[in-house]
Write a protein that binds this ligand. Sequence first.
Ligand SMILES: [Zn+2]
Length: 214
Amino acid sequence: MARKRDRLFPVRLGIILAVGTACIIAAAIYGPSGRRTPAPPETQEEGIALVRDILRRVRPTEFGRSPRGTLLSETIEDFLQRGRLIFTPDIASQALYRREGTGYAVLYVKALRIGGRVVHQTPEEVAEGIYHEAVHASQRHEHGSSIEEECDGFCAGLCAGAAVTGRAEPELLTIEGAPLAQFVTTSYPELPRKPDYQPVSASLDWLKRRTGLR
Ligand SMILES: [Zn+2]
């Protein structure tokens, strides 16, 4: 056993060095704690007004009134009230839930840098992003913990986006013409499966029906 461990050591050292380098690069980009730089105060204020408007529009819809929609809206409201819903140009995705080791959690929303200005995504895009990340926040996981959780996140995002635009969504949700689960498994082939996953305020059978997950 000891000899096996010795042989593995250079591999492990390589991983440690690679992770260490990635952390140093991330720290250089995002500051010592990995926190993103907030957009200018006026962009932040406009963004918060946009999120409040989204919550108002989602609330009376079928999705908004469901236990699942209600819980996710409350999660977003909670980030708003604690000043932890932050607009930033420094993320790649529409939104990002980030939880630090200390328990400090933030819901970042992408602000777009176009020319010299910082502007917002469309209300539909913001709704998709924040409801998706609200699923991760409810599960207290960051993006990418399992195929099931990503399906849950995209499912919530699509329902919220449709609620905001007044669009009706089919029973089987699709992204880019493919059933949602197919999109997720193709986009994130590295993610593990979690057969005992408990979706936010819904059953796993319900999630499978809505996403085509098997
Ligand atoms: Zn996600």
